[in-house]
Design a protein around this ligand. Structure first.
Ligand SMILES: Cc1cc2nc3c(=O)[nH]c(=O)nc-3n(C[C@H](O)[C@H](O)[C@H](O)COP(=O)(O)OP(=O)(O)OC[C@H]3O[C@@H](n4cnc5c(N)ncnc54)[C@H](O)[C@@H]3O)c2cc1C
Length: 224
């Protein structure tokens, strides 16, 4: 189970209302084509969706998720991890939950490149504040919405730091992106089996006063 938490700020309500108006379609579903699917870490697969006829998807804001109808029949939410400034794709990453009810398993096993899927348009329950420094704390697969946030913050010239805690480097999703601009130099990767494991107190103490805090990760990480 993924948990999200943020400092009490941002007004995403208006933006969300606009998005929902824009993408109103029959029964609220959108068609999308799976344009790419590739492993990005142990147990994690990255997916890219494109509009079936080219063109643009409804806009989304950093922190938003879509819901996807999986081939096995269930619908699951996934956070968008690409830049909210891109309109030609939705990108997300899925961690396999071996003890789950089959949603992540169906995404990993049953979805194939070129396949058409139905999605519900982006909704944002985790919006960004529009000012100040942002401290982004990610545990495991919880990095996905924070990646979209980092890209938006960089594009709008706002400072941020991302701490990314994983059990081991091989389980860190989308590392290639984190090692290049705009993330390079702004990310600290903490591996439980490495030299500098994640320390929430240290991360908080090092952040500028008044920073907005965004945390996303599994329950154990959220409890720290
Ligand atoms: C807003 C949002 C964004 C998300 N973004 C992402 C993302 O970017 N990437 C990602 O991988 N996941 C994300 N998730 C989680 C995702 O939607 C799925 O829950 C996940 O893929 C697992 O689905 P599943 O059907 O395989 O497992 P589920 O059946 O949903 O199981 C998930 C967990 O719950 C436990 N569980 C299942 N059934 C029960 C039960 N009856 N009682 C107690 N525990 C139970 C399982 O042991 C497992 O650990 C997000 C969730 C939300 C709400």
């Amino acid at each position: 189970m993924l948990g999200i938490r943020q400092s009490p700020t941002a007004d995403g309500a208006r933006e969300e209302a606009l998005e929902i108006t824009l993408c109103a379609s029959a029964e609220g579903w959108l068609a999308a084509r799976l344009a790419d699917k590739a492993p990005t870490a142990d147990g994690i697969v990255r997916f890219v969706l494109e509009p079936p006829e080219g063109g643009a998807f409804p806009a989304f804001s950093a922190g938003a998720h879509i819901e996807i109808e999986l081939p096995a029949g269930m619908v699951r939410p996934y956070s968008l991890c690409n830049s909210p400034h891109e309109r030609d794709r939705y990108e997300f990453a899925v961690l396999l939950e071996p003890n789950g009810r089959g949603g992540s398993k169906s995404a990993h096993q049953d979805l194939s490149i070129g396949q058409m899927v139905r999605i519900r348009p982006p909704r944002n329950l985790f919006p960004l504040a529009e000012d100040g420094h942002s401290l982004l704390l990610a545990g495991g697969i919880g990095v996905t919405p924070l990646l979209a946030m980092g890209q938006h913050l960089a594009a709008t010239g706002r400072p941020f730091t991302l701490h990314y805690a994983v059990r081991s480097r091989s389980r860190a999703a989308l590392l290639d992106r984190l090692e290049t601009p705009p993330f390079a130099g702004r990310v600290e990767l903490h591996c439980d089996d490495g030299a500098v494991p994640f320390d929430a107190g240290r991360a908080l103490a090092a952040a500028p006063q008044g920073s907005h805090l965004y945390v996303c990760g599994p329950q154990g990480f959220m409890d720290q």
